[in-house]
Design a binder for this molecule. Sequence first.
Ligand code: AFP
Length: 333
Amino acid sequence: MNLPTLDRFILETEHAHPGATGELSLLLMRFGVAAKRIARELAVAGLRKELGSAATTNVQGEVQKKLDVLANEILLETFDYGGLVTMAASEELEEPFVYTRNSEQGRYAILFDPMDGSSNIDVNGTLGTIFSIRRRGEGGEQDLLRSGREQIAAGYILFGPATLMVYTSGDGVHLFALDPSIGEFLLTDKTVRMPARGRGFAVNEGRSCGWAPEVRAFTEYLKEKDPETGRPYSTRYSGSLVGDFHRILLEGGIYYYPVDSASGGKPRGKLRVLYECHPLALLAEQAGGRASTGSEQVLDVVPQALHDRIPFAIGSMTEVTLYERFLRGERPS
Ligand code: AFP
């Protein structure tokens, strides 16, 4: 089977848009290169004893794994040449990284969570890298504090049994799988549509003691038996948002990480607006799904600071809409 490579697909898509500069294409292709480098590091990390903690913490006080740090370095280095990117904001960096030699001609800023689901590193579980591309402004870091609707592209790399790259540049969501024998990502699904409803939910229910009663009621509803409405749902939670989102993209359902007010919890939500929520929300909307804080569409959220977190629900239109209804105190009749 002669599947188009990532580069060919990106270039052909670019040619369908007269006036395209080709710069966005180059950026997306570079994420493909970074993905291959990170996949290689992950494949041999256990053999090289590169698993475990790096003895450092990130800006949010979370212990960094060696591979968090390595993936972050690979991504930073990938955009250090070519003059396109002026600034990179990363979940692992307190301040954005400024590419001083690109400052004149660069027209883009990139944002990423280099290693999402890092608690899975030491157990050979699913991991991901999430990324977003925005136009640069003149105002430095402040320019990144904008709504998710200003993203010009977003995507993720899923490191599982196969390495996948999934992206949107506002023209549908496209899925590629890495063929390691030729070192190329090949197009496996074009314009993926998320099912309008699913049968699974992904949440860390072990933390339900810290949730609002409305979130608990929603979860109980999903678990009730009612074959007519397709309940009970099945739980599928991996500790990696990318892995859980990918399942939902293909099979439908909902992932949620609500406010957790219990001790040791996340009183504002856990997931970061700019590195996790905005990019995945753009993918979800492009695939026909929905992303919500419970009361507001995620793409409309304007963060106040680089590392802001929000409560987050993402997935099929049916389940996310239902989640919002529960949070408003409504219940299906
Ligand atoms: P880490 O990258 O710090 O492991 O966080 C992963 C994550 O942001 C997301 O990928 C998971 O769904 C979620 O957090 C897991 O959090 P809990 O361990 O609190 O369930």
